[in-house]
Write a protein that binds this ligand. Structure first.
Ligand code: GH3
Ligand code: MG
Ligand code: MG
Ligand code: MG
Ligand code: MG
Length: 301
């Protein structure tokens, strides 16, 4: 099972069509089978399809299995799918080289169906458990959005990527207006329910899959807006404030509006060697402060 609870995908990379057929027949009940016939094609397929398990040949033209395995371990754009070598190389040396390259297991020919199936089953189970734990560890318990820790990790990756690609990236800091007054008026439990609704509106409001929405803490949210210029930020700010206001969640104690509202501070940066994530978020925080000062239920860039 994959992290989403659906069917697992098993990628077979082998330059021999017969081996692919044989392996596919053995493990076809355990997941969706995809295959590639050389290392480069296999890596590209792994990047796009994010398989839960890779069955990998050792000897292949151009790029051997050890190199494929090392690249999977080293490249942040590739999923860290567990790799099982399947090979006629039955020496201890080969097995050690495969494990050193990052493989979780090493199966030698002749292939015995129940043995292959048992090992594949074990590694699929471990991978499903790992993905489930990783999913939980990256989420905020109340809202289901990503948590701060996950956001900080992704922010660091995206900052580096935008620096390499010399492209502007944007961020939005979002804070619920007069939320202390909401709790005081309606009680903490209603406050929680309100936060969930606001989080849902912000989280389901991503227009592009690359946008990352997280609970930054308390009643604050943060949205990473990749490849965004100032005009895109203006657009997002207006749009997200309108989206939350449109929920029309009553807030009788608010000094801003009769409904729950948010303020947003947005900032864009072209990451350069001298710039830092702290500067970037600091800019957004100052913009948020201005939005609060200048009336709330609004955004500033
Ligand atoms: P402002 O418009 O200036 O942001 O005013 P505010 O009242 O929203 O800001 P303040 O920082 O004074 O208060 C934030 C409140 O958010 C206080 C805190 O109890 C509440 N809060 C933070 N996290 C949660 C939560 O998980 N659940 C509930 N119910 N309340 C929370
Ligand atoms: Mg082979
Ligand atoms: Mg081969
Ligand atoms: Mg706050
Ligand atoms: Mg607030």
């Amino acid at each position: 099972m994959s992290a989403q609870g659906g069917e697992s995908t098993i990628l077979i990379i082998d330059d021999n069509a017969e081996t692919i057929q044989l392996l596919a027949a053995m493990v076809r009940d355990q997941g969706k089978i995809i295959f590639a016939m050389d290392g480069a094609a296999g890596l590209e397929m792994a990047r796009r399809q994010r398989p839960q398990l890779i069955l990998l040949d050792v000897e292949m033209h151009h790029m051997d299995g050890f190199e494929v395995c090392r690249r999977i371990a080293a490249d942040p754009d590739l999923p860290h799918s567990p790799v099982i070598f399947v090979t006629a190389h039955d020496s201890t040396e080969s097995e050690l080289a495969g494990l050193a390259a990052g493989a979780v297991d090493f199966i030698t020919k002749p292939l015995i169906a129940p043995v292959v199936q048992a090992r594949v089953r074990t590694h699929l189970r471990l991978q499903a458990a790992l993905q489930s734990l990783q999913g939980q560890a990256s989420r905020d318990g109340l809202t289901g959005l990503y948590n701060r820790r996950f956001f900080d990790e992704r922010m660091a990756e995206e900052f580096a990527r935008h620096q390499r690609q010399r492209d502007l990236m944007g961020v939005a800091l979002i804070d619920v207006d007069h939320f202390k007054l909401y709790n005081d008026h309606y009680g903490h439990q209603m406050g929680d329910t309100c936060l969930k609704a606001v989080a849902e509106a912000i989280g389901s409001g991503t227009r592009r899959p690359a946008e990352i929405v997280a609970r930054y803490g308390g009643e604050e949210f943060v949205v990473l807006l990749p490849n965004s210029d100032w005009a895109a930020l203006e657009h997002y700010g207006a749009w997200i404030c309108g989206r939350v206001a449109a929920l029309q969640l009553p807030h009788a104690a608010s000094l801003t509006a009769p409904h729950v509202s948010i303020s947003a501070g947005l900032s864009a940066i072209l990451p350069e060697p001298g710039s830092s994530i702290e500067m970037f978020l600091g800019q957004a925080d100052r913009a948020l402060y201005l939005a609060k000062q200048q009336g709330r239920n609004c955004y500033r860039v």
